[in-house]
Design a protein around this ligand. Structure first.
Ligand code: TGC
Ligand code: FAD
Length: 392
């Protein structure tokens, strides 16, 4: 069943909270996803391949750094526009939204926020167009939820830094031209660096055989005495606050994005349930099908209102990291539950690539893990409301 005849659920008329500009942006991305993503994505996923030909199109669409100022190649958009773009891309596939999340929030944003004017001029316009691809290296083989324990190091050698260590589970690793890498300096303070493809001693092997995010490129970043010029240091941030500030932006985008996956699953299951006849009646007429659909639309509606309010707070620069954690956690779990229930409504057909459920469901197993696991976000809320840390 093609999801191109998609009817976006809007049970609480949340569209009335959007401006005309928001709706124009959303339509442009939705049309592009229908045209460029939906027809090819199941095949890309089955083949475990990232559809690289889409990167420059994403750039042309304004999906890279939409909220970065136009003088650096961005689109001067607000945070709700950014959210809507992520939602539409993830209706296509989480891998496409991941590409745009990393490029925007984890690569362009740190260069814009913590970089020098020269770094902004050099990298941002090319990243915005998709002429350069970026990656973000925080996680290490032995430090995932606890990035503060990282062992990757830079050592000051006068005119350059010597970088040693490795990063694991990095989106875009093997296809990236520039990687934002977080490492501890000689004083054991976390610093951010721009590491370029081709630097001697730097390799980026691909991680294969994933059952999730199969149409996303994921790999390692390995640094063996890599000489990084001093001008590649991001000067304006020190400590874990640097990468976590970028994560706040990306987690916000995910909270919106996963609603797209959930809407795709809900709408496809709803349409199917009206057409599929069993016991001489459409399965939509059975109470247990209605329970599933009614619970799905309730949860999607709550998620839509949550991110809209969060977007308003982010536009006013008032959203706290803990508020963002709550939305990321709630909405990813919501989308995963919707994908599972929608798949059940469609029965055996629901396990095939003719329907989007399994692809979204498998993707969301990564989304519920990356950018902070489901449980880590719960502990962030717990810490915020009690004032007590339960991480250690
Ligand atoms: P903690 O002591 O709490 O904080 C250290 C400093 O950071 C500040 N901070 C934040 N700042 C901005 N935004 C946030 N979300 C922040 N959270 C904390 C904090 O105020 C403090 O600042 P300062 O100036 O006082 O030093 O740090 P901790 O070591 O106790 O760790 C806390 C914890 C567990 C919450 C944190 O480390 C965490 O979030 N862990 C999860 C790790 C994670 O999310 N990794 C993601 C890797 S990137 C990724 O997955 C990309 S997937 C991309 C894709 O394909 O879409
Ligand atoms: P761990 O930290 O080992 O956690 C394992 C389990 O223990 C989890 O259930 C966790 O919730 C639980 N746990 C850990 N600590 C606690 C605690 N204190 N209390 C209670 N429970 C706890 N990282 C990047 O830096 N850049 C990327 O681009 C990137 N892309 C990714 C792409 C994919 C497809 C995936 C799967 C991951 C990606 N990651 C990336 C890594 C991701 O951020 C980490 O996987 C995530 O932060 C969790 O770390 P971990 O896998 O090491 O799990």
């Amino acid at each position: 069943m093609s999801t191109i005849r998609f009817i976006a659920p809007d049970y609480y008329l949340a569209d009335e909270l959007l401006t005309d500009e928001h709706k124009i942006i959303r339509k442009a991305v939705r049309d592009w996803v229908n045209r460029a993503v939906i027809p090819i994505i199941d095949d890309a996923c089955q083949k475990h391949e990232f559809p690289k030909h889409l990167i420059k199109e994403l750039g042309g669409l304004g999906a890279f750094g939409p909220y970065i100022p136009s003088k650096y190649g961005g689109a001067d958009m607000d945070q709700i526009s950014y959210g809507l773009i992520m939602q539409e891309l993830e209706r296509g596939d989480s891998s496409i939204r991941s590409m745009a999340s990393v490029q925007s929030s984890l690569v362009m944003y740190p260069i814009y926020k913590f970089g020098t004017e020269e770094q902004r001029q050099k990298y941002l316009p090319l990243l915005a167009k998709g002429e350069l691809i970026g990656a973000f290296g925080l996680t290490e083989p032995n430090h995932g939820s606890d990035p503060g324990g990282m062992i990757t190091r830079i050592s000051d050698k006068g005119d350059h830094y010597l970088l040693n260590g490795s990063k694991m589970w990095i989106t875009n690793a093997s296809i990236a031209d520039v990687s934002i890498v977080w490492a501890k300096d000689d004083e054991k303070i976390i610093r951010g660096l721009i590491v370029e493809k081709g630097m001697e001693g730097f390799t980026a092997p691909e991680i294969t055989k994933k059952w999730s995010l199969r149409s996303s490129s994921t790999g390692e970043l390995v640094f063996d005495n890599v000489k990084v010029p001093k001008e590649n240091l991001l000067p304006d941030v020190k400590g874990l606050r640097g990468p976590l500030t970028c994560l706040s932006s990306a987690r916000y985008g995910i909270a919106w994005g996963v609603i797209g996956a959930a809407m795709d699953c809900y709408d496809t299951a709803l349409q199917y349930s009206k057409e599929r006849i069993q016991f001489k009646k459409p399965i939509a007429s059975f109470q247990l099908t209605q329970k599933k659909l009614a619970e799905m639309i309730t949860e999607i509606t709550k998620a839509q209102l949550l991110v809209w309010r969060l977007g308003v707070l982010r536009n006013e620069d008032r959203a706290t990291p803990a508020q963002i954690s709550m939305a990321k956690r709630n909405n990813v779990k919501m989308a995963l539950d919707v994908a599972r229930e929608a798949r059940q409504i469609v029965g055996a057909m629901g396990i095939t690539g003719d329907f989007p459920f399994m692809r979204h469901m498998m993707n969301l197993e990564s989304v519920i893990t990356y950018e902070g696991t489901h449980d880590i976000h719960l502990l962030i809320t717990g810490e915020d409301i009690t004032g007590e840390t339960a991480f250690f």
